[in-house]
Design a protein around this ligand. Structure first.
Ligand SMILES: NC(=O)c1ccc[n+]([C@@H]2O[C@H](COP(=O)([O-])OP(=O)(O)OC[C@H]3O[C@@H](n4cnc5c(N)ncnc54)[C@H](O)[C@@H]3O)[C@@H](O)[C@H]2O)c1
Length: 252
């Protein structure tokens, strides 16, 4: 129970790996807010956790919108009294898909939307949560990047957005360290996160195995230990770091 007494928000918690982070935090004793632009999915995940005896609240957020991110924090504090952990997991990635076109065929609208959610959304949620964390004497922010940042692979707008998250994490860690707020990032490898993957998606995820030191498929469960570590006081002196969790595909 490494998160006993803590309150955690997981953005993008309605689907995929986000739902698994929410469950892992709850299992470690945290009260969890599952926030997603897909309100129905967020509520379903929270209700499932509540039925299993955990304390969980599902709500809608559009992370790109500061007013919406602020309401998410307000409702968290109303429901559970504080907020110790913000997991910035929401992104345009799989549930809301993006094109695999080369760099010069991506539409400007799609480029802007990816940046609005994957980059600006992280900033909006951080600035919405920071005052509450400052008031209570600290907190842990975990941003989700991607191991594609350290490889020459992936969709260029997505990879650019996840590279921005690494730089953002470092500067924010320096800015908020004086308030005892830690800011770290996780860079997952290609993870079979889809609820109902097509054979093509499974083949794509399996293709990553050849480039890894650990020769197997990566699943959401492979990320949970690192997420709990960064959320908990076990990492109390770790900040500004990006932990690559990809079975040794990237070593840096
Ligand atoms: N699965 C992988 O291979 C992989 C690899 C590296 C990094 N990641 C990252 O891990 C995270 C989770 O990935 P996933 O595979 O579960 O993807 P996913 O697309 O299933 O999950 C993203 C979630 O964010 C939500 N979301 C999208 N826009 C939003 C918005 N504006 N406001 C609030 N919520 C919004 C979606 O509804 C969805 O629930 C993402 O940040 C992704 O970029 C995934």
């Amino acid at each position: 129970m490494r998160l006993e007494g803590k309150v955690a928000i997981v953005t993008g918690g309605g689907h995929g790996i986000g739902a698994e982070y929410a469950r892992a935090f709850a299992q470690e004793g945290a009260k969890v807010v599952v926030a997603d632009v897909d309100e129905v999915a967020a509520k379903q995940v929270a209700e499932r956790l509540a039925r299993e005896g955990y304390q969980a609240l599902g709500l809608r957020v559009d992370v790109a919108d500061f007013a919406s991110a602020s309401r998410m924090v307000e409702r968290t504090v109303e429901a559970f009294g504080r907020v110790d952990v913000l997991m910035n997991n929401a992104a345009i990635f799989a549930t809301i898909p993006i094109s695999r076109e080369p760099f010069d065929r991506i539409s400007e609208d799609e480029w802007d939307r990816v940046m609005a959610v994957n980059v600006k959304g992280v900033w909006q949620c951080c600035r919405a949560v920071a005052p509450a964390m400052c008031r209570q004497g600290g907190g842990s922010i975990i941003n989700i990047s991607s191991s594609t940042v350290f490889k020459a692979s992936g969709r260029i707008h997505y990879v650019a957005s996840k590279a921005a998250v690494v730089g953002f994490t470092r500067v924010l860690a320096a800015e908020l360290g004086g308030d005892n707020i830690r800011v770290n990032a996780i860079a997952p490898g290609s993870t079979l996160s889809e609820a109902d993957p097509t054979p093509e998606i499974v083949r794509m995820r399996e293709a990553a195995i050849a480039g890894r030191a650990l020769k197997r498929l990566q699943r959401p469960g492979d990320l949970l230990g690192t997420a709990v570590f960064l959320a908990s006081d076990d990492s109390a002196f770790v900040t500004g770091q990006t932990l690559v969790v990809d079975g040794g595909g990237v070593m840096y």
